[in-house]
Design a protein around this ligand. Structure first.
Ligand code: ADP
Length: 480
């Protein structure tokens, strides 16, 4: 079974959010289940800077775009049983300043997808399944069926399209169909790729893939409703019988408090209390928080975008500063959120810390040091951060949406059951109540808190279960 993952992010090479965690860890889990996987991503500048010397040149070939031809090079590398292919084109991918948000993102990822389609022929590599992830790869199933059907080597391949976040759709002008994608305007006229007067990479992936998956069963149900469907609920409904919700796991060897070298003190189930105390002390010192071993510390590690419920935190800041706790937020994104959170820190030094930026080592320390981890998301396809926090004995406080609902079992005050805390309405007061519930258990019912931490540490957040479901899905495609 040969599976080819195609994505715009992959840990540890390049990461913006949870997509990278998944693409960086699911292939290894599938390998353990008997599949062989390769992963194709663009060769961004950061990858070239950090890994360039480890890559092998595998070949080069022309790709049509905007009525001209551009040459791409393929670089490769084997790591942990997985083969990685990097598509190199300096003009499109080796840019300063992040990997998304350029005026020509549509053209860049159209080029990437065309380059992937030609990669197979160029290096004579013919996977059984192309597994595409999010809008950056949504046109591949369409290209395969519309432009390569007459070549039996392509024709036998099946496609899976995984939606990591339906809100990012890759919607572009119709003209791109011809100029960048090399597809017929017939597909606009018949509606297959059309969306809101233009074309949608996300919709096209949903329409054309042999199977569509998303990253939790609950999100798979939610996106069939107009509230969460992002105007694609009807299209998704049409694919209902081919839509699978499979919850994400994490790489438990990377996220492992016993071996994590970003922690001040490694710990496991036996000595988690010492571990928390030592890491908390280190975090408070490093971030200039009051060095108080008894104070509850609440963490957030997040992109600062509307989806993540930052507005609820800001709305409740007056109340939060009165609570017996410290708040640490690591994140970047929306400039207005960054400005407000900086002011919150400046007005409450020692109690609130906002670290503006992307910082992998600090994120590990936060997961290891905090007592609680806040995710008041408006919507959350799966969420990786709550899985990591449980792995580090840090209890998640989440809104009951998407994968947060599937993965966090809220505290039951009567029998002490649960591995976190939750609230239902997208509402600041409800979030505040949930934080208070956590504080009350932490300070007043420590035995229950201890049990909750054990439950969190014992929660299976690995890929073991879900990788098996992906294997079932691939078998369902009827290739074997
Ligand atoms: P999303 O994919 O929507 O951003 P997830 O919870 O699925 O949300 O995944 C977020 C991932 O990105 C986690 O691994 C988290 O630790 C990481 N992350 C997010 N923001 C930052 C940051 N500022 N610094 C370091 N890691 C971050």
């Amino acid at each position: 079974m040969e599976i080819c993952f195609v994505a715009s992010e992959c840990s540890p090479f390049i990461k913006v959010g949870g997509l990278a965690d998944v693409v960086g860890s699911l292939p290894q889990a599938l390998t353990r289940n008997g599949a062989h996987c390769c992963v194709v991503v663009p060769l961004y500048k950061k990858i070239n800077d950090n890994y360039g010397h480890q890559l092998t040149y595998l070949g080069e070939y022309p790709v049509d775009i905007n009525y001209t031809q551009r040459i791409v090079k393929v670089m490769g590398m084997d790591k942990d049983g997985v083969t990685y292919f990097f598509i190199q084109h300096a003009g499109y991918f080796e840019r300063e300043g992040g990997i998304y948000g350029f005026m020509d993102d549509g053209e860049r990822f159209a080029f990437f997808q065309k380059a992937v389609m030609e990669l197979f022929r160029a290096i004579n590599y013919w996977p059984d399944v192309i597994h595409c992830h999010d809008w950056h790869t949504g046109m591949i199933p369409c290209m395969l069926k519309e432009n390569y059907w007459y070549d039996s080597r392509y024709n036998r391949m099946k496609t899976v399209y995984t939606i990591h976040n339906l809100a990012y759709q890759g919607n572009f002008p119709k003209s791109m169909l011809d100029s960048c994608l090399g597809l017929s305007f017939r597909l606009f006229d018949n509606g297959n790729v059309r969306f809101d007067g233009g074309i949608s990479f996300m919709k096209t992936g949903i329409v054309y893939a042999d199977k569509v998956t998303t990253v939790s069963p609950n999100y798979a149900r939610e996106i069939l409703t107009s509230e969460y469907g992002e105007h694609l609920d009807q299209v998704l409904m049409m694919r209902g019988s081919d839509l699978w919700g499979i919850v994400n796991g994490i790489d438990t060897s990377v996220w492992n408090p016993t071996t994590d070298n970003h922690l001040a003190y490694n710990f496991d189930r036996e000595n988690w209390q010492e571990g928390k105390a030592a890491n908390k002390a280190a975090l408070q010192k490093q971030l200039g928080l009051d060095e108080d071993p008894h104070c509850f510390v609440l963490g957030m590690v997040t992109r600062l975008v509307d989806q993540k419920g930052i507005e609820l935190v800001i709305q409740q800041m007056d109340e939060i500063v009165k609570m017996p706790m410290q708040l640490v937020i690591l994140g970047n994104g929306n400039a207005e959120y960054e400005r407000i959170l900086t002011d919150c820190e400046n007005g409450n030094k020692g109690k609130i810390c906002f670290y503006n930026g992307y910082n992998e080592p600090l994120s590990h320390l936060i997961y290891g040091a905090c007592d609680g981890f806040l995710m008041p998301s408006k919507f959350e396809p799966c969420g990786i951060s709550q899985l990591i926090s449980m792995r580090y004995g840090t209890l998640p406080i989440v809104r009951e949406t998407g994968g947060l609902k599937d993965t966090v079992n809220p505290y039951n005050m009567f029998n002490g059951d649960g591995n976190g805390f939750s609230f239902y309405q997208y509402d600041g007061l409800d979030m505040k109540e949930a934080i208070w519930r956590a504080l009350a258990v932490y300070y007043d019912v420590p035995q229950h808190w201890t049990n909750l931490v054990y439950h969190a540490l014992d929660t299976d957040v690995s890929w073991d279960h879900s990788a098996g479901i992906y294997m079932d899905l691939y078998h369902n495609l009827g290739v074997w």
